[in-house]
Structures are given as C-alpha cells and as structure tokens.
Design a protein around this ligand. Structure first.
Ligand SMILES: [Zn+2]
Length: 262
C-alpha cells in the first residue's frame, strides 16, 4: 500500500472516532429529550448544553473529550468527581471508527459510501439506546427507512424501489402480526412498536426475503444473550423485559457479513 491511501484511511478512521463521540451524545440525549416533560426540540436537546459528566454535571474540557484517549488517560473515571464513565463511550467511538473505515474501504468516496455510513451509524446509535432505555426512537428508525428507499432509487441493485417498499411493509407487518397473535394469547405486547419500525427499515435496505432470516437469527441472538446473562448470575424470568432491537441489529450485521449462512 502506498503512503497516500494509508493516510486517507487514517484520516477516515479519526473522523469515525470523532463522530463516535457525537454518537455517544446522541445515545445519552435523544431518550432524555423524548422523556423530558418540557418538550424541547430534538436539535436543542442534542446541541446544548456542552458535554458534561452525567454524575457531577461539570462541563468537560476539550482534553477530556478526545475519543478513546481521554477515557484511557482518565482510567474510565470523571476528571472532577471520579465517577465511573461507562465503557460504552470508548466502545461506541471505536465501533464508529471501524464503520467509517469499512465503508471507505468498501465504497471509496462515493454517494454509496455516505449512505452506508449513515445506515451503520444509525444502527450503532439505536443498538445502545435500546439496550439502555428500551427505546427505538422514531427520529432514527423513520429516517433509516426513508434513506433505505432513497438508496434503492439511487442504486436499484440489488434492491430496487419496489423491493425496498415491499421489504418495508413485510418488515413492519411480520412483527406486527406476531405481536397481535401474542397479545391475543397472553394479553400483553411481546414487542414494542419501535421493533416494527426498525424491521421495516431493515426491509427497505435488504428487501423482503431477508426479513424472516433477520427475525430468526435475532431470536437466536436474544436466546444466547439471555443464556449468557443467566450464566453470569443475572436473575431472569419470563416477565423480564429484554430489548429485541440490539438482537435484530446484531442479526443484521451477522447476515450482512456472512450471507452464506442463509
Ligand atoms: Zn463527574
């Protein structure tokens, strides 16, 4: 590899880390702005105030805001109050860096690069929001769906616009109907509406034929996660809520990188 391509990869990776810091802010603030009684706009919720420690509310200096490096130097603790800073922060930054690298390696500097960058970034944000709050916010799932349909107009291979729209509908109704049957039988919702919209979005990106595989692999991932959690001593029973979004997202990534498993 010559010098210039590797420099480009380094720059793209650093951009990914910086965007990862911003994704952490979104993961923290989007659920808060939805639950907040004073109905602030999403834009003001994510742009103000500047980054602060969730425990002591002290504003962070720029040097405490460097992706990964700051977390390592502060040994995962707040500079002021020494409260533990979640490992989620450096993890999201690292994942984001790899998403940027992967998309650049796969698509180069094309429109497709930006579309897939948005796709994987939204999945990353949704994964952690759902894991921490059991929310899959509309302000992320609906744009994911619309951008999927937009992509099928711009790049109709392998998913053309008809396939994207049918995929969206099949994705929505596959879980919607499953949930309706479950509700009829048990009297409670088995899935959240966010799960229907997430699956609709995935249908728009991958077409109707991948919906069932995503649900099946997602259910296996969820079972495996429950098994692991009880193995490490978490007390779970049939009433324990587990978010299905992260399982669906993990399933999508598994299938994306291993299409042969189907
Ligand atoms: Zn603090």
């Amino acid at each position: 590899m010559t010098f210039f391509p590797s420099l480009a990869y380094l720059v793209v990776f650093i951009f990914g880390l910086i965007f990862g810091s911003f994704f952490n802010v979104l993961i923290h603030r989007i659920p808060k702005s939805i639950q907040s009684p004073k109905k602030e706009s999403l834009f003001s919720a994510i742009s103000f105030p500047k980054s602060y420690c969730p425990k002591c509310k002290k504003g962070l200096f720029v040097v405490h805001n460097l992706p990964i490096i700051s977390w390592l130097f502060l040994l995962g603790k707040c500079y002021f109050c020494k409260a533990k800073i979640s490992i989620r922060y450096p993890l999201v930054e690292l994942f984001s860096g790899f998403i940027f690298l992967f998309c650049f390696w796969q698509y180069g500097m094309t429109a497709e690069f930006f579309l897939w960058l948005i796709f994987f970034s939204i999945l990353l944000i949704l994964f952690f929001i759902d894991l921490e709050t059991f929310f899959l916010p509309d302000c992320l799932t609906i744009p994911l769906l619309l951008i999927g349909i937009f992509k099928s107009l711009l790049y109709p291979l392998p998913i053309d616009p008809i396939n994207a729209i049918v995929g969206g509908l099949v994705g929505f109704f596959a879980l919607f109907i499953t949930n309706a049957i479950y509700k009829f039988w048990k009297g409670i919702d088995g899935f959240g509406f966010g799960d229907f919209k997430l699956l609709a979005a995935l249908g728009a990106w991958f077409g109707a034929t991948l919906i069932i595989p995503i649900i099946v692999v997602g259910a296996l991932v969820a079972l495996l996660a429950v098994g692991l959690l009880s193995f490490v001593g978490k007390r779970l029973n049939l009433q324990t809520m587990i978010p299905f979004g992260p399982a669906l997202i993990t399933a999508t990534i598994i299938i994306y990188f291993n299409p042969d498993i189907l």
